[in-house]
Design a protein around this ligand. Structure first.
Ligand SMILES: Cc1cc2nc3c(=O)[nH]c(=O)nc-3n(C[C@H](O)[C@H](O)[C@H](O)COP(=O)(O)OP(=O)(O)OC[C@H]3O[C@@H](n4cnc5c(N)ncnc54)[C@H](O)[C@@H]3O)c2cc1C
Length: 390
């Protein structure tokens, strides 16, 4: 028999975005039902690299990332655990003088957003980070960026929302969502029907199909960043590392394991991706070049995930252009772990106050309106990926 629930806000997807939206709504006492097809935080939000970094983001994301930085500083208050979050610093390396000039220009452009970027020359790098490989021309250091354990942090947002009274339902796949003129009707097969005044589309790499159902087709694709983790090693690295232009990034956790990302996995199914043989050798070789101390270390696991990606590598975040009461937040393009809590807070403000306290106009879904598709949907090669890139 079909179960029917009436609520104020229905949320599709229990990743860090949907989970934090539910949490911020419950903190204001708003009734919420969150529907998650798998387990909360089990998709991109729980399998990512764990980089909590502002450095490298575009100017349009600066207010959002700055607010997220404040929220990360309150993590135990928000979700009841520290999530192994450390402000280790994020060091972005330049492999050439030209790349170093790009890092300097980025520092100049983003002054005033509190990142306090320090440009380091070759000598300074060698002195402070003697474990680095020799092929670096310099770097940019963001002292308060860091990293965290996504497996702990991401599910904890939905859990904290549930503790405040959100109705969080896992293993519930939404099969249809529509507006009947009076409100939203969200169904999970013939088992559950949720009726709500507001609907938040937080379905990650699967959100595009819901947007399309409301007449807002978007060019969302999936990406599958490739990751690996080594056996525990003596602790040598106390920063999270990236490289200008992308390609490889690495961090070491307190237990000594090095978590390293670079390249892509493979996917033949919209719901699933796995490491492909071709990418593994390149990732290991690049890691050993960047960090010679890794030569001979054992890799204990490779993995990847399914992440929603937009052509301009900015999220879709804000009100629907077709359906009042519908808000989208998806396509975080390989960089949504850090901004996720701020995205959730923005969604709660849009529901409660009709506007957000930080500007999100650059992320409106209208930028992908049919006429703009040609301009927006540039091929991957034209724009650099945000995952550890500017
Ligand atoms: C391997 C990898 C490495 C990354 N590294 C970083 C990093 O270092 N730093 C960073 O900031 N970001 C990183 N990211 C990106 C970051 O993880 C994502 O941007 C972020 O987690 C997206 O959160 P989300 O809640 O939008 O999506 P998800 O976590 O994917 O959540 C969406 C949820 O919606 C659910 N769902 C989908 N369809 C339905 C349906 N029909 N009914 C009900 N539920 C549904 C899914 O099951 C899923 O749980 C990485 C991503 C990956 C994959």
């Amino acid at each position: 028999m079909m179960q029917r629930i009436d609520t104020e806000v229905a949320i599709i997807g229990g990743g860090i975005v949907g989970g934090s939206a539910a949490l911020f709504l419950r903190r204001q006492g708003v009734p919420v039902v969150l529907l998650e097809a798998a387990l909360c935080g089990a998709k991109a939000s729980g399998v990512n690299y764990g980089g909590v970094r502002r450095q490298g983001r575009g100017l349009e994301q600066m207010p959002l990332t700055r607010r997220a930085h404040e929220l990360w500083g309150q993590l135990p208050d928000l979700i009841g655990i520290d999530g192994e979050y450390v402000r280790s610093g994020h060091l972005k390396l330049a492999c050439s003088e030209a790349d170093l000039a790009l890092l300097e220009a980025y520092r100049d452009r983003t002054r005033g957003f509190g990142m306090n970027l320090e440009i380091l020359g070759r000598g300074e790098l060698a002195r402070r980070f003697g474990w680095l490989g020799r092929d670096v021309a310099g770097g940019s250091f963001c002292p308060e960026d860091g990293h965290a354990n996504p497996r702990l942090v991401s599910p904890a947002f939905a859990r904290a929302a549930a503790a405040l009274g959100a109705d969080v339902r896992e293993g519930v796949r939404v099969t249809s969502a529509e507006h009947d003129g009076a409100g939203f009707i969200v169904r999970a097969g013939d088992a559950l029907e949720v009726r709500s005044r507001f609907l938040l589309n937080c379905a990650g790499a699967w959100a595009g199909r819901f947007a399309e159902g409301f007449g807002e087709a978007v060019p969302e694709t999936s990406i599958h960043p490739l990751m690996m983790v080594t056996e525990p090693l003596p602790v040598f690295m106390d920063v999270s590392l990236g490289v200008q232009g992308g390609g490889i990034y690495a961090r070491q956790v307190a237990r000594g394991n090095c978590v390293i990302g670079g390249g892509r996995g493979v996917s033949t199914d919209p719901d699933y991706a796995r490491p492909g043989r071709a990418g593994l050798g390149a990732l290991m070789a690049n890691a050993a070049k960047l960090l010679p101390v890794l030569r001979g270390a054992q890799v204990i696991r490779f993995w990847t995930g399914v992440e929603g990606n937009m052509p301009d590598h900015n999220p879709v975040l804000g009100p629907s252009a077709t359906t009042p009461g519908l808000f989208h937040a998806f396509g975080l393009s390989g960089a949504g772990f850090q901004i996720g809590p701020a995205v959730g807070e923005v969604l709660s403000e849009l529901v409660v106050r009709g506007r957000s306290s930080i500007p999100v106009d650059a992320f409106r879904i209208e930028r992908y309106a049919a006429a703009a598709h040609g301009a927006a949907a540039r091929p991957e090669s034209v724009r650099e990926q945000t995952l550890e890139s500017p």
